[in-house]
Design a protein around this ligand. Structure first.
Ligand code: FAD
Length: 329
């Protein structure tokens, strides 16, 4: 008895909440399901996470492979990879999609090696040609884009966060839940988790990011960037120069050796736009740059460039944004 093949996604959750890139992966699988003649299945691993299956269904999952076990509460590469590889071995999906998050970057290569499957990482677009997948991904820190195809199956890919649109959830959709179990023993064990102070918007998932660079001239001025970020309800990022100088935490670094972000709006304050910084943010949908040097390379990728002094422009922008939201209520 053969079932319609299913595109498989990995649903990453943290603290009992699905992360947005997981829902983007399900939405993208739903979009590809038509042209590939496939259904959509998702693997959900964790402890006490069964309630999340309805949200996955609403975004387009037809089936959820649920591994709900107290021993799987903390993420561990070995056990999570085992669960995913087990489902791939049984369901033989033509396509497997994971988010290109810290967890996805850790998990995908391990699963690809186990299955084995070809893995295309950090995809920014997927299309279907003659029943096969084609991926577009950046190369050489975003200097070039390659179109990549796979040999054999599964065609496995990780998807850059905030690039693939979320589908509209349909709460009347239901998914078949297939409960699975997996050996949860691991050679490495998480003994404690130290999270950074909560409440902040996660950079890779933020829709608006305000970033600051060396143009701010010292850590005592970084509050200007933070205030603009607060006015927008945005996440705050930074260039490596200011992270290396110890002005802000490494978690905030955007770029080749920091985080890759694709918000709807990226505001760069006093950042020159070195290739390594652009590698992490040039796929943002709208870029605004403030820099006193009209020849700064950041202006090459900016949709709006303000040639001016950050000490003058940023406070005025903050006031204008605050006034805008105040009148909007
Ligand atoms: C292997 C490698 C990996 C790297 N990875 C990263 C990475 O992940 N992320 C990253 O960001 N960098 C990375 N870098 C570093 C990168 O090459 C740049 O050195 C860095 O991005 C520069 O940061 P910046 O733009 O803040 O500083 P600068 O390049 O010093 O630029 C400061 C800018 O501020 C402007 N400015 C000065 N004063 C004012 C003012 N008053 N008002 C307005 N504008 C003003 C200047 O015109 C200038 O354009 C990496 C480098 C290497 C070699």
């Amino acid at each position: 008895m053969s079932r319609m093949p299913a595109i498989l996604t990995f649903a990453e959750q943290r603290d009992g909440k699905l992360r947005r890139p997981s829902l983007e992966a399900v939405s993208e699988a739903r979009r590809l399901a038509g042209p590939l003649g496939a259904s959509v299945a998702t693997v959900l691993v964790g402890s006490g996470v069964a309630a999340l299956t309805s949200e996955l269904a609403a975004y387009g999952a037809d089936r959820v492979h649920l591994f709900d076990d107290a021993a799987l509460g903390a993420y561990a590469t070995e056990s999570y990879a085992r669960a995913l590889a087990q489902v791939i071995g049984e369901a033989k999906p033509p396509v497997v999609l994971l988010p290109f998050t810290a967890m996805g970057k850790d998990l995908a290569p391990r699963v690809a090696a186990k299955v084995p499957a070809g893995l295309v990482s950090d995809c920014v677009a997927l299309t279907v040609k003659d029943g096969r997948l084609q991926a577009r991904r950046p190369m050489y820190a975003g200097k070039a884009y390659a179109t990549v195809t796979w040999e054999g199956e599964p065609q496995m890919a990780t998807l850059r966060a905030n690039v693939f649109p979320l589908g509209s959830p349909d709460t009347s959709r239901k998914a078949e839940v297939v409960e699975g179990s997996v050996d949860a023993t691991t050679r490495a064990r998480v003994t404690a988790l130290e999270a950074a102070a909560g409440g902040k918007v996660e950079l890779t998932e933020a829709q608006i990011i305000v970033s600051g660079g060396r143009g701010l001239q010292g850590p005592e001025h970084f509050h200007l960037v933070q205030e603009l970020g607060e006015a927008f309800g945005a996440a705050v990022g930074a260039s490596r120069a200011v992270v290396d100088a110890g002005w802000v935490d490494h978690q905030m670094q955007v770029g080749q050796t920091g985080k890759t972000v694709s918000p709807s709006l990226y505001v760069a304050c006093g950042i020159s736009g070195a290739i390594q910084h652009l590698a992490g943010m040039s796929s943002s949908k709208f870029i605004v740059a403030i820099n006193k040097d009209p020849d700064a390379p950041i202006f090459k990728v900016a949709n709006y460039g303000i040639v001016g002094d950050v000490f003058e422009v940023v406070p005025r922008l903050t006031a204008a944004v605050k006034a805008h939201f105040a009148t909007k209520g």
